[in-house]
Design a protein around this ligand. Structure first.
Ligand code: AMP
Length: 209
């Protein structure tokens, strides 16, 4: 299956996309993770992307599109993929359409109060990129990754002022994609409040898996 996950920051795209990737045996392609890796490694792309990411803005389309195109051409993505965080603009959606057809775009939606709660509790593993939440998905040993034991960190762009900027960016630039995919008969809507497994169940039902 070729899928796109849409939804505001904190809707749980990464968590649900990772679970679905395991179930379907296709890779989860997170443009945010690829960009953060480039920033950490100090690549040219990372240097160009960092200031946009730090302020909650989008990295320019041309950079993200060529990066995603390269990733989707890798052998593991031939049988399918789950895009998490791409496309985020109409230009990106059009570029994706020119690259490969998709089966569905899953839109995770949530009340605004829930979004703030979600975003402020997120913790991430800087080593293996696992994602936790202090209320909803806490690690077994407080502050440490279940998978690799690394101390968890707060993403720099999860600071409240940057979260607000990211939500505004989403409303302005990414929310129009809901209509884009609805108009093409590809939109699947999933209410993203509740427990992780409950939401996952809704995702599977909505996709008829
Ligand atoms: P995420 O982990 O998906 O929340 O992405 C973190 C940050 O990376 C975003 O706030 C953007 O600055 C940047 N980013 C990730 N994906 C994209 C994209 N498709 N287009 C532009 N910027 C992106």
């Amino acid at each position: 299956m070729r899928l796109v996950f849409l939804g505001p920051p904190g809707a749980g795209k990464g968590t649900q996309a990772a679970k679905l990737s395991t179930k379907l045996g296709v890779p989860r392609v997170s443009t945010g993770d690829i960009l953060r890796r480039n920033v950490a490694e100090g690549t040219d792309l990372g240097k160009k992307a960092q200031s946009y990411m730090d302020s909650g803005a989008l990295v320019p389309d041309d950079l993200v599109i060529s990066m995603t195109e390269r990733r989707l051409k890798e052998p593991d993505a031939r049988q399918g993929f789950i895009l998490d965080g791409f496309p985020r603009t109409l230009v990106q959606a059009q570029a994706l359409a020119g690259l490969t057809p998709i089966d569905a775009a899953v839109n995770l939606f949530l009340e605004p109060e829930d979004l703030i709660k979600r975003n402020t509790g997120r913790r991430v593993c800087p080593n293996c990129e696992a994602v936790y939440h202090v209320l909803m998905n806490s690690p077994r040993k407080e502050g440490h990754c279940d998978r690799c034991g690394t101390p968890l960190t707060i993403r720099p762009d999860d600071r409240p002022d940057v979260v607000r900027a990211r939500i505004e960016t989403y409303d302005r630039q990414t929310a129009p994609l809901i209509k884009y995919y609805r108009d093409r008969g590809l939109l699947v809507e999933v209410y993203a409040s509740g427990l992780i497994d409950e939401i996952f169940h809704r995702v599977l039902e909505a996709l008829k898996i």
